[in-house]
Write a protein that binds this ligand. Structure first.
Ligand SMILES: *Cc1c(COP(=O)(O)O)cnc(C)c1O
Length: 492
């Protein structure tokens, strides 16, 4: 990389802003010692700043720039109309502390969103508060704990979690002091029923299950799994991050789940690279509805003849309290996802899941002869293969992932889930056309060939990116969070 830092580009006296003449009286500051003499800010013209950041932005890979086949965390294209709606002045310039009579439109949108999510998932009630999926899990597990406690059932401490689960599941249960019991998967990638039975007793809080799981497989015994957990008095938590496979087809509420978080940023549309923003509403069955975080959006006065309904806030009877300041990620999460759902409607949402599943199965079919797919049956929206090409003297999944960048593809998730050796987890999503899927499959097939004929080429990839292969161990052990500082500042 040849790009200089913005400080290195600085030259004394250059300036990118002109302040207007002050039109208020000058004011003597009370204490000069509160002011700094030296503030090392870069000095540049506007055009230099724009070019600097444009150059940096071109180093980023994004779903707007190319195919992004990440597994588990659905990374789908965010239609641009969502950007228009979430910037509408009525939304942007509203404040959460405004009197409710002045924000009826926002409240109606939130109410409708609660209703739509209920309809999509089959749950009795929904909170929009949690900030993202993991926060939704925490909220859900808090409600599970409150439910048992309210019944005087205090000895329940075990949370059952399959070995295919996302790491946030055990983390959420662990943060609430529960002991996590790992349930293995069977040879077909389902929950191992015998292992589950052995753990079902009166100390079970519940089970946290992702279905389809992170292998992209729908559990073939889901009804038995739910029954086993419920029969021992436990609650079923659904990790809804993989809901992209189920829209309009299966409703977790109908399967007997008690609580589930949605990842609006994965299933619907919120661009969420680099850790944010997210939105993690939680749906619950009747049994948990009284424990939802407060406030929810409700109808305070029903509509009458010419008078529209009055929307406002309501508090569930046994609420666990507030999960977040104000009302969740309103503009960034809710307005965008509302637009997305409204645009597609029920049939459109069903198409989304069917195309997502078709695309994943198409890719799996194209790659099956080249890479090994260990739990090989019809998949849902994603599949996991062994990423080390056969007969390639030591080329690993990581090398294949890096080499994909040379073909201008974002690498898939690798080394997760842990139950697949050298895992590469691939989720094409519904928006990709056949040409893109074919080029991606052909790149992976070509890389397998390279791995056999010229393994060094793959092991040292990427070769065409601004930075080459990183030393990932060193990067993690010797963390440098700031690479350049103006004189007088040190790196401590
Ligand atoms: C992404 C994901 C989560 C966590 O959601 P965040 O919004 O990233 O906090 C949980 N479970 C699964 C299966 C996921 O893919």
């Amino acid at each position: 990389m040849t790009e200089k830092t913005i400080f290195e580009l600085s030259s004394p006296g250059r300036t990118g802003v002109t302040f207007p003449k002050s039109d208020v009286p000058a004011f003597e500051l009370p204490d000069e010692s509160l002011l700094r003499d030296e503030l090392p800010l870069p000095e540049l013209a506007e055009v230099d700043v724009v070019r600097h950041y444009m150059a940096l932005s071109k180093y980023n890979y994004s779903v707007d720039g190319g195919f992004y086949p990440l597994g588990s965390c659905t990374m789908k294209y965010n239609p641009k109309i969502n950007e228009d709606t979430c910037r509408l002045p009525g939304f942007v310039f509203s404040h959460p502390l405004q009197p409710i009579e002045t924000v009826q439109g926002n409240l109606l949108l939130m109410y409708q969103m609660q209703e739509w999510l209920k309809e999509i998932s089959g749950f009795a009630a929904v909170t929009l508060q949690p900030a993202a999926g993991a926060h939704g899990e925490f909220c859900g597990v808090l409600m599970m704990r409150a439910y048992h406690k309210a019944r005087g059932d205090e000895k329940r401490i075990k949370m059952l979690i399959p070995d295919a689960a996302h790491g946030t599941n055990p983390a959420s249960a662990g943060m609430l002091g529960m002991s996590v019991v790992v349930i293995p998967s069977d040879a077909r990638g389902n929950v191992d029923l015998d292992a589950l039975k052995a753990q079902c007793d009166d100390t079970v809080v519940g089970m946290m299950l992702t279905n389809p799981n992170t292998l992209g497989l729908f559990d073939e015994h889901i009804e038995q799994v739910v029954k086993l957990v419920r029969d021992c008095g436990g609650l079923m938590y659904g990790d809804g991050a993989n809901l992209n496979a189920l829209l309009g087809i299966v409703r977790p509420g109908d399967l007997g789940f008690d609580v589930m978080h949605f990842n609006l940023h994965k299933t619907f549309a919120v661009p969420h690279g680099g850790g944010g923003p997210g939105s993690g509403p939680v749906g619950v069955s009747e049994r948990l509805a009284d424990f939802l975080p407060a406030p929810l959006v409700g109808i305070l006065e029903e509509a009458e003849q010419d008078v529209p309904a009055l929307y406002g806030f309501v508090t569930p009877k046994q609420t666990i309290g507030r999960m977040k300041a104000f009302h969740g990620h309103f503009g960034g999460g809710l307005v965008r996802s509302y637009t997305y759902i409204a645009m597609h409607g029920p049939d459109g949402l069903k198409d989304i899941s069917q195309y997502a599943v078709l695309n994943a199965n198409y890719l799996a079919a194209r790659l099956r002869g080249t890479y090994k797919i260990p739990f090989d049956r019809v998949c849902m929206h994603e599949f996991v293969m062994e990423g080390n090409p056969p007969n390639s003297s030591g080329v690993r999944a990581l090398d294949v992932a890096k080499r994909l960048m040379d073909y201008n593809f974002h690498p898939p998730t690798n080394y997760f889930p842990l139950i697949v050796h050298e895992a590469l987890m691939i989720e094409p999503t519904e928006t990709e056309n056949k040409d893109t899927l074919d080029s991606f499959a052909e790149a992976l097939i070509k890389i397998a060939e390279e791995a056999r004929e010229n393994p060094e080429l793959v092991k040292t990839a990427p070769h065409t990116t601004p930075f080459g292969r990183m030393d990932e161990v060193k990067a993690a052990r010797e963390l440098v969070l700031c690479c350049w500082l103006p004189e007088g500042y040190d790196n401590e």
